[in-house]
Design a protein around this ligand. Structure first.
Ligand SMILES: C[S@@+](CC[C@H](N)C(=O)[O-])C[C@H]1O[C@@H](n2cnc3c(N)ncnc32)[C@H](O)[C@@H]1O
Length: 282
């Protein structure tokens, strides 16, 4: 077990209030969990996830609600995957967003997901009860390494959509640019390919230094951006890769949709915004 205490400010105790209505329905209909078992089901699986990797977001249960539902490109992504498109989920953990798409009727056989902690893959099967029906592919890979040196090389120039949820924000600004530059190598190099990001952001761009070094990445300073800053970041990615993109970004205040309750803690102050962008290859 981890030695990081469960009384960390982000280790949410009120599980019931975290679960959004759609997530509740998804757990009932997709995973077959009875409504009166949902809280316990989440509790048990969070303990396991916490022992694998004590990310603040694991304690805060952000993985219970698929953030793709909040993303402006959600319907586009769903339509593309339903129509035969290939998607890869970066730093997937238990891949709530691919499960969302599956619940919404997308076939799973062209879904790929990778994480540096492969133990999460089994946890995902247990959490969603879909081991027998899942036809997608979970890949044990380090997304910070050159693609050609990892199992992700099999996906090089092969996917239509790179979905990047709460992954790039583990890094500083340069790290986000470097990793995005590598991850887009998985996209088919053609107009219409999509890189969609979703992560923590702030109205005023800020470097945030976390004392916790056990985040799997070795990075202690992470960059929290806003919509304008992410567009500028993408300009740098475009320059580095000699590519052209149409980028739409927005910072969504989670308080306005009832998904964030400030308790005054630093963690809550820094996690009240979802920064999302869609970069479409031109
Ligand atoms: C904050 S969690 C986000 C999980 C999930 N994407 C979500 O939206 O709930 C970050 C995830 O990135 C994974 N990760 C961290 N460093 C990684 C790396 N270098 N390569 C691949 N995955 C990594 C972690 O194991 C963890 O599952």
């Amino acid at each position: 077990m981890t030695d990081i205490p469960q009384d960390a400010p982000w280790y949410t105790s009120d599980i019931d209030s975290i679960i959004q209505p759609q997530s509740r329905r998804m757990l009932q209909e997709y995973a077959g969990i009875a409504s009166d078992r949902i809280v316990e089901h989440i509790k048990v699986h969070r303990e396991i996830a916490w022992s694998i990797s004590p990310y603040p977001s694991v304690g805060a249960l952000t993985w219970v609600n698929p953030y793709m539902l909040l993303h402006e490109a959600h319907k586009t992504i769903l339509r593309r995957v339903k129509a035969g498109g290939t998607i890869v989920d970066c730093g997937c953990m238990i891949s709530p967003d691919l499960r969302l798409l599956a619940w919404e009727g997308a076939p799973t056989n062209r879904m790929f997901a990778f994480d540096i902690e492969p133990t999460f893959f089994d946890l995902g099967f247990d959490f969603y009860n879909d081991r027998d029906k899942w036809q997608g592919h979970f890949i044990d890979a380090d997304g910070t390494k050159p693609i050609d040196e990892t199992p992700l090389k099999d996906l090089k120039h092969a996917v239509d959509i790179v979905w990047c949820p709460k992954f790039l924000h583990l890094f500083d600004r340069q790290g986000q640019i470097d990793n995005a530059t590598r991850l887009i190598e998985m996209l088919k190099p053609q107009p219409g390919s999509i890189f969609a990001g979703s992560q923590n952001g702030l109205p005023e761009t800020q470097d945030v230094t976390y004392a916790n070094s056990r985040m799997g990445t070795g990075y202690r300073t992470i960059w929290m951006a806003n919509a304008k800053a992410v567009e500028e970041m993408w300009n740098e990615v475009a320059r580095k890769t000699n590519t052209t993109w149409d980028v739409q970004a927005r910072l969504l205040d989670l308080r306005t949709i009832g998904m964030h309750e400030d308790d005054g803690s630093e963690y809550k102050r820094k996690t009240g915004y979802n920064l999302q962008w869609t970069a479409v290859w031109q």
